[in-house]
Design a protein around this ligand. Sequence first.
Ligand code: SF4
Length: 466
Amino acid sequence: MFLSVFDVFKIGIGPSSSHTMGPMSAANRFLALILSAEWPRPAGAHVAALKVSLHGSLAFTGIGHGTGRAVILGLMGEEPASVDPDRMDAIIDEVERTGRVTPPGHPPYEFQPKTDLIFDKKQPLPGHANGMSFSAFDRDGRLLLKRIYYSIGGGFVVTDTELEAMRMPKKSSSDSRVPYPFSTAKQMLDMSRGSGLTIAQMKRANEETRMSAAELDAGLDRIWEAMRSCIDRGLKVDGIMPGGLKVKRRAKAIHDKLNEEWRSNRLNPLLANDWLSVYAMAVNEENAGGGRVVTAPTNGAAGVIPAAIRYYLHFHEDATDEDIRNFLLTAAAVGGIIKHNASISGAEVGCQGEVGSAAAMAAAGLAAVMGGSPEQIENAAEIALEHHLGMTCDPIAGLVQVPCIERNALGAVKAVTAASLAIKGDGTHFVPLDACIETMRQTGNDMSEKYKETSTGGLAVNVVEC
Ligand code: SF4
């Protein structure tokens, strides 16, 4: 199994990797397919119109998550990493006004969002809770091409065939094309003992089979730069977040207060928690506002890892660029194991798979840069994940705001506590990380659909929207 650090950490836009970035990428995949020779195109047939239907969790919470907007932008050829958040409204207005999409390199296609973009709450697709069906028609309304895609969390999009292949028995899944093909935490620790390398060094060696060391470093630095700028923007903006819940942005006001306390040397016994929380909330407020964020491993959980890194830098003035790279590589190693053996999708396993995974990854990264051994790093990840087990996904009004923003703050606090506990021990511990990941998978399977990003249970039905 090999999941690149750049698959785990992807620069994109908010508010959701599975409900915004995934559908935008799926639309782009479908556009590329239309131009390709990979389907039996009847002689003389030309695609003239498109239709899209969204199913399962995408249908239930798609409006709050901006899924419809993401599909329209994707059909206009926009991609998560490069779309300009300031131009999105204008692009969508144009499609609604003209009733067609005009992606670069394609002829215009008829697409009237009101009728051609369907939120189908009745018929989930069989493969995954986040299903999408894209269809292309000729001028006479004849169906030419249809594809099902699934957005499986963290911005990853697969076809139904790819999903089936992913679900094949995992015994043969170790990827021998990389020098350290670990797909479980146990394998990771065994390989580390056998090689004498740290987790970050093994992950680096795997990545360097695909790119040079300089490219890897530059990419990691770009990821941290995008995370850092996201925090900085989130700390400067206040006001009300979009979507209708009228939730206030709080990060700026809290940050101003903390800065004032810091400058005046006032004693604050909650100092560490406050800084961690404000950094995480800044990211998730940006995400809720549709701003530029990095999946870590998802958008909904995007605040935990940047908060833990920024916190580390805040209190460790001697930290280096190499520390940040090692943090990201270690976190990605753990995230890859979780994704491979369970899920990072709230629609599949609840929030334990999103904020729980992010906390495990952050705890691992932090333990690594604080000098933890591979065993202590594995312990840190396990502690953080264990104490998110069973956590449901029930965002109010389908918006990635409540409980998501504060939940990231709490996830960051748990991650730091987990790292701290782990590095005070000797690495031996009771519950292996692999057992904890398997528990998360089983708990997610048993969890009612109400608590898996459908906003039909939990806080979403017990808090009156005003
Ligand atoms: S509750 Fe958790 S999993 Fe659900 S949308 Fe919010 S952050 Fe994502």
